[in-house]
Design a protein around this ligand. Sequence first.
Ligand code: PMP
Length: 406
Amino acid sequence: MFDITKIRDEFPILTRTVNGKPLIYFDNGATTQKPKQVIDAITNYYTNQNSNIHRGVHTLSREITIAYEEARKTIQKHLHAKFSHEIIFTKGTTDSINLVAHCFGKINIESGDEIIITQMEHHSNIVPWQLLCEEKKAILKFIPINQEGELLLDELPKLITSKTKLVAFTHISNTLGTINPVKEIIHIIRNLSHAAILVDGAQAVPHLQPDVQDLDCDFYVFSGHKLYGPTGVGILYGKEEWLNKFPPYQSGGGIIKTVTLQKTEFADLPLKLEAGTPHIEGGIGLAEAINYVTNIGFEQIQKKEHELLQYLTKKLLGIDGVTIYGTSKNKTTVVSFNVGDIHPFDIGTLLDKYGIAVRSGHHCTQPLWEFYHVPGTIRASLSFYNTIEEIDYFLDALNKSIRLLS
Ligand code: PMP
């Protein structure tokens, strides 16, 4: 049973007030709040376990090395990766994509090669590829979208050529909420080319459990903080055969077998790609977050979030002048909208006075807004810990804000 009172009690921040009003947190697309279980794991690390991994023979170091490697295994199991060394700890989604752009680019992109992304990507899945293409004189192509905010997959085969080396696309759009048909997209690509495939799972992992072997992607990336875990830690899943070929991303300690003054022999995976002391408590906290959501169950999470999405969408559309961007049938609890020509910042600022956190602006998807010819939106992104009562309060505050601004 999904017990909302119990669940809300597990998130300490949800009891605080903002501007004298109970916090209503509708900015989960930017980052999710943390359950006590995750906060406790981090506190416990600093209270009882703090030590550096992989380098010590003393008890604390051995204990924390085991805990960190267990966290890696939890993430491997969650993603259904074949090997735990296919799980690389990074700083987050952006860092993971940069790692792939750097390493894959170095060994596999030449002048005239092509990389395909989509028009709905977060800047983190655009800019690294632009830089790589500039450096290597490669070509960047885009899968366009339709008015509903869905990828035009009929265009994909026309974009793929013998020069296509990599296709990178988001699993769920952070701005539109669209859930892309990842398996179908990968099937199209695999049928037509040998291109490597990277899936940006930043917005997907809080809502669903990806199976990387079933999807058959080469890389799957996400951030801990969007999955109820800590900031500063993220994951790059990569197929062993790719990661083995990768040169080191960054160099230094922790990634070596032997170093002489002339030459270095590098460690095996995963350490080869994890230079320096990592975000130890981040990895441990992320595994705890995965345990937390797994315990609730993604079926329950999706059921609750679907109910919230339906309710919010229906009520919003009942307000005069509201336009929702992203109306795919297959979408998650991300609702981007504008009200007439009121500036999103004005509404966001007024909602804050009511204790409501939403995001206003371009949400790091400026090319997407070129398509819709608007500079940005208000984005309400909900989690399973939000409620219908919170939506009602939000709608009331929104209506009052609109009256004030009209
Ligand atoms: N991709 C998507 C789809 C995102 O939503 C985000 C974060 N908004 C990112 C990439 C970048 O994530 P991070 O800032 O945690 O690296």
